[in-house]
Structure formats: structure tokens, C-alpha cells
Design a protein around this ligand. Structure first.
Ligand code: NAG
Length: 295
């Protein structure tokens, strides 16, 4: 869906603006076919959730303009990947205003929207639930899919919610090449039509993610590994920087190689955040998570 939206709104070498840390594969989503570039504002994870994040966006927008890069859209993933928290409503409004002011599209990827497992941090607010008029509805697009909340990546089902007819036309044109199978549609239809099943499934899923989170964070505390407390998604952002080898030519890659030699894989340099911070997925059987941590 990102790929199709990117292709609809930009030309090769145009930019999509987002904050750091960021889910690293966005570069492939927007780059592989549409040829767009991800442009990262210089932010910490705390900045990303603050209404003032738009100050960093302003600066990056100006810098990009000076460098000849045409920014077409701002992208957020809400709940955030890799931080596992939702955007406060005021921050969403601030980002929407910023996009309206500069006539940029806002793409809100809400694929983890039903995987908020505690109320410790702000609840999930969809940009679509914010009163109209903050941003033109022609500039606002939401993506969703079955891969995360429903654990059904194999269905290959996603959607774009947009009111922009030109974009909708492009989406329809290109879905000729991305049509899901009738079997996928029948399964997804049965899932969504059965409201009781749906609600029970999502409630069970949230409970199980919460349990897995409690397990992994207790283990991390035990090991003395620092992390950002989360309440959404399947991952936790952990600080392995104390294990970086001084003087290594590429310390983060080197650490990942040592982890791999020990039998676990954490993707180096994926999140464009501070050196030595990794996104750790923990939604596995406790014995698997414990074994991974032991290694
Ligand atoms: C819809 O999006 C396209 C693609 O960026 C843009 O050119 C157009 O102005 C938008 N439509 C409206 C009515 O704003």
C-alpha cells in the first residue's frame, strides 16, 4: 500500500519525510519501485511524540528544499514502529496542521492500531477520528492491513483509506497487479463479518502481547538492558550500546555479527536511531524469548 501510494503521489527522487527512529524498511516500500527517498528529521524518540516535532520537520523541509529534494508527504506509523507507543492527539493535530500549511500529504500507517495492550501511555487515536478541517481530506491517507493485528501476513491484504479521487484512481489502476486471491478475500470477509470472533480474537491477542511484554521486560531488567517502555506493537526498543566494541570500524554491524555468531539475529542500523539501539520482537513463546536473551 505504501508502494502504491508513493507511486501515486511522487516522482523518482522526491522525498517522504518522517522522524527518527523509524522502521527501516520504509526505504524499500517507497524506494524499490516508486523511486522515492525517505528523509529523516533529526529527532530523538521522545521528540517524535511531542507536538514540537514539527519544528524539526520545518528544518528538514527547508534543508531538503535547499538540496533540491521535493518532499511530497509526511509519514507516521501510529502506533509507532519501533517505539511501540501511540501518538498523543495533540501531536497528531500539530503534524496535520504542518502538512496543511505546506500542502504535504499525510500518510498514517495504522497497522498496529488494534495491538495496544495497556493504558500506561496514550491510547490509540486514528487521524481519521480527528475533527475535520485541521487538514484537507484530500491530503490525508491511512493504510491498514491484516498482517499485524490479525497475525495474517499470508493473506496479503491491505487497504488505503483516502478521499482523494486522483489517488484512488491510481490505486485502482495498479491493484490490477496486486489483487489478492478470492480465497484471501473469503477468509478476511468471514473474519470481519463475525464481530464476536473478531473482538474475542483481538482481546485475546492484546492479553497475550501484554503477557509477552511483561515477560521480556522482566528479563531485560534482570540482564540490565535498558529499553523504552511500550504499550503497543510486538517489539521493544533496546539499548545494546554498552556492548559495542570500541574501535570497531563499524561497531553496530560488528555487534550484530557477534550476536549472529551466538545464534540470534538483530538487524543492524535498521532504525536510524542512536547507535547500538535495536528493535527486538518478543511475541514468541516465553522459552524462545528466554533462549534468545540467554544467547
Ligand atoms: C490529490 O492528490 C494528488 C496527488 O498528489 C494531487 O495532485 C491533488 O491535488 C490532490 N487532490 C486534491 C483535490 O487536492
Amino acid at each position: 500500500m505504501h508502494e502504491i501510494l508513493g507511486w501515486a503521489i511522487g516522482d523518482p527522487n522526491d522525498g517522504i519525510l518522517t522522524s527518527k527512529p523509524a522502521y527501516g524498511r520504509l526505504e524499500l516500500d517507497f524506494g524499490n519501485k516508486a523511486g522515492l527517498r525517505m528523509i529523516y528529521a533529526d529527532t530523538t524518540w521522545q521528540d517524535a511524540f511531542n507536538p514540537n516535532v514539527v519544528k524539526a520537520f520545518e528544518k528538514t523541509l527547508a534543508d531538503s528544499h535547499a538540496a533540491g529534494i521535493n518532499i511530497r508527504a509526511v509519514l507516521i506509523i501510529n502506533p509507532n514502529n519501533p517505539i511501540g507507543r501511540c501518538y498523543p492527539k495533540q501531536t497528531l493535530i500539530s503534524i496535520m496542521r504542518f502538512c496543511q500549511r505546506h500542502q504535504l500529504h499525510l500518510i498514517s500507517d495504522e497497522i498496529y492500531g488494534s495491538s495496544v495492550f495497556s493504558d500506561e501511555f496514550p491510547p490509540f487515536t486514528s487521524v481519521l477520528s480527528i475533527e475535520p478541517g485541521v487538514i484537507s481530506d484530500q491530503l490525508l491517507h491511512v493504510t491498514y492491513g491484516f498482517s499485524k493485528d490479525f497475525g495474517a501476513a499470508g493473506l496479503r491484504l491491505g487497504c488505503v483509506v483516502t478521499r482523494n479521487i486522483s489517488i484512488l484512481k491510481v490505486v485502482q489502476m495498479t491493484t490490477r497487479f496486486h489483487n489478492p486471491s478470492g480465497a484471501s478475500l473469503a477468509i478476511a470477509n468471514a473474519m470481519l463479518e463475525d464481530r464476536d470472533w473478531c473482538n474475542t480474537f483481538l482481546a485475546t491477542s492484546r492479553r497475550k502481547i501484554g503477557e509477552a511484554y511483561a515477560f521480556v521486560t522482566a528479563e531485560l531488567l534482570d540482564l540490565g538492558i535498558d529499553f523504552v517502555p511500550a504499550n503497543a506493537g510486538f517489539f521493544v526498543y533496546i539499548n545494546l550500546s554498552p556492548y559495542l566494541m570500541q574501535g570497531a570500524a563499524d561497531a553496530e554491524f560488528d555487534l550484530s555479527q557477534r550476536l549472529l555468531d551466538g545464534g540470534v539475529f538483530l538487524h543492524p542500523k535498521e532504525e536510524h536511531g542512536e547507535m547500538g539501539w535495536y528493535r527486538m520482537v518478543y511475541t514468541q513463546e516465553p522459552r524462545i524469548v528466554a533462549e534468545g536473551l540467554r544467547r
